[in-house]
Ligand binder design. Structure first.
Ligand SMILES: Cc1cc2nc3c(=O)[nH]c(=O)nc-3n(C[C@H](O)[C@H](O)[C@H](O)COP(=O)(O)OP(=O)(O)OC[C@H]3O[C@@H](n4cnc5c(N)ncnc54)[C@H](O)[C@@H]3O)c2cc1C
Length: 494
């Protein structure tokens, strides 16, 4: 079967390798010169930066396809609060218990309870909501899913993540820490259903991991596997539209460089809103086009990549410098479509896990704040203003005295904004995770992996079911592989 994949994001790379392993004849088209999409890297003056994702959970989903070496981090994240409190979220339960007693006013039993509840939510919902296609009603009626209606109260649909966290924890620092998991899919903890508290299960009970050669090694491993399996990769090759037969609504191929190329199957890893607005044949409308227009995009990001001359033992691999008012920060991001004046700052230093990522005595800082989706804000002034606020906050939080100035240690800088993310990956409004999960219905409104209306056309990647983030994009590829082989009644080699 001749199969075309459009886009070499995580979803595209994964489905290409999965189908090639099944014996499909796969060609992948990518507009950029390198694979990975949002998972990319910068190399300069002996420094290497992962430019997109930095958190790696559910590594088994990569193991299923490719070979990658990774290890579990000792501390999933170091948190700094405006009042001077520091808290390490150690993965080892004994260490976490000690830290809770030492640096919080929380009962450790409550943290244990949250992690147990999040594990229950994951076990109850993952087969249905993450590893299952939403395209067929029959998938919801499988015997193993019949228990779900009886346990709806456990799944947290009825309240927000923040309400659930506030009801459980007495220490507001711990509430803020668990609320932050909403940002793992670009949402607000004040609006996302408490079901998403399951994210802490992925990071803590299963674990926060790190690839031995950095995050980009995930892309390299999937790409390498695809090459071994015979996938043909065409870089610098944008696809301008999909060919769909008007009568039968069957995808027949692609238009590339004004040439029509014919395929039996087309899989899109493009942002589906971009596809609906720009890549449909001129005489055919995407049936969900209006719905896609109405979906609220996830948050985006403003990121500074700094080559830093100097070492900072106060910091770990992942670090958060929290804002003074989380509620106002999320209201700003999702209602005012602006950055909050005191944004939460995330500092990721892969050098702490991969020594080769920066020269000796130096560190590669990835400094990110959540940003609203791009609706044409004045990014030039936002970037200048926010950069000043970030430097001030870092100096205040990390400096032993007033002479500390991180600015003086910055050797060079690169910047990514919602505009550059949108331009580089054609992700609508620069959203990091497709649509937000800011409502109970978000999971059901997300675009499915295929539509009955279009035969031979499948969708993977962060803008479609089951959603954004590396693990979910990998889960989406798994769903599409299953759909395609079931459709083809495939009986070949495993
Ligand atoms: C700054 C940042 C931080 C993040 N942090 C994390 C994190 O810590 N953990 C995590 O799990 N996830 C994180 N994410 C989200 C994660 O990166 C994405 O959800 C995931 O990588 C998206 O993969 P995808 O398959 O949707 O493809 P994308 O990465 O969106 O790539 C799509 C690809 O398709 C190509 N393309 C599009 N249209 C065409 C066309 N017409 N022709 C040819 N090629 C085309 C694009 O050039 C691009 O390469 C982060 C993302 C960003 C940007």
């Amino acid at each position: 079967m001749k199969t075309a994949v459009i886009g070499s994001g995580i979803g595209g790379l994964a489905i290409a390798a999965r189908l090639a392993k099944r014996g499909y004849d796969v060609t992948l088209y990518e507009k950029n010169s390198t694979p990975g999409g949002k998972v990319s890297q910068i190399k300069e003056r002996g420094y290497r930066f992962d430019t997109g994702p930095s958190l790696f959970t559910l590594p088994n989903l990569v193991d299923e396809i490719a070979d990658i070496k990774y290890f579990k981090l000792d501390n999933s994240c170091r948190y700094f609060y405006p009042d001077g409190t520091k808290f390490n979220f150690y993965q080892d339960p004994e260490k976490l218990k000690e830290e809770t007693i030492k640096n919080s006013s929380e009962d450790y039993a409550n943290i244990e309870k949250r992690l147990k509840d999040s594990s229950d939510i994951y076990n109850l919902t993952s087969d249905l909501f993450i590893f299952n296609s939403f395209s067929k009603i029959s998938n919801f009626l499988k015997p193993e899913n019949r228990k779900i209606p009886l346990k709806l109260h456990k799944m947290g649909f009825h309240r927000s993540m923040h309400s659930a966290n506030k009801a459980l924890f007495k220490d507001r620092h711990i509430v803020q820490l668990f609320d932050r998991y909403a940002t793992y899919n670009g949402s607000s903890p004040y609006r996302a259903p408490a079901t998403l508290n399951m994210i802490s299960h992925l990071e803590h009970n299963i674990g926060a991991f790190f690839p031995e050669n950095g995050i980009y090694a995930i892309v390299e491993s999937l790409y390498k596997k695809g090459v071994e399996l015979g996938v043909k990769y065409l870089f610098n090759t944008p696809v301008s539209s999909i060919i769909i037969d008007k009568k039968s609504h069957t995808a027949k191929g692609l238009v590339v460089n004004n040439q029509e190329l014919f395929y039996d199957i087309v899989v899109s890893d493009c942002d589906v809103k971009y596809l609906s607005e720009n890549m449909m044949p001129c005489n055919i409308r995407h049936p969900l086009g209006n719905r896609l227009k109405q979906l609220e995009p996830s948050s985006s990001a403003l990121i500074f990549y700094w080559g830093v001359k100097g070492e900072h033992p106060q910091l770990d691999v992942h670090n958060i410098l929290f804002s003074d008012n989380y509620k106002k920060e999320f209201d700003s991001l999702f209602y005012k479509m602006n950055l909050y004046k005191d944004p939460t700052i995330y500092i990721f230093i892969s050098k702490k896990a991969v020594p080769a990522d920066a020269p000796q005595g130096c560190e590669n800082w990835f400094v990110m704040v959540n940003a609203p989706a791009n609706i044409g804000q004045d990014w030039h002034s936002i970037i200048t203003k926010t950069r000043g606020e970030i430097i001030k906050k870092i100096n205040h939080t990390l400096g032993a005295d007033s002479t500390f100035d991180i600015e003086k240690q910055i050797e060079f800088e690169h910047i990514a904004s919602p505009v550059t993310i949108e331009k580089n990956t054609l992700s609508s409004r620069g959203a990091l995770y497709g649509s937000s999960s800011n409502s109970i219905m978000a999971a059901f409104m997300r675009h499915p992996n295929f539509l009955r209306k279009f035969k031979n056309l499948y969708f993977v990647g962060g803008s479609v079911h089951p959603g954004g983030g590396i693990p979910l994009c990998l889960a989406g590829a798994k769903i599409v592989e299953r759909e395609i082989i079931e459709r083809d009644n495939w009986k070949g080699k495993e």
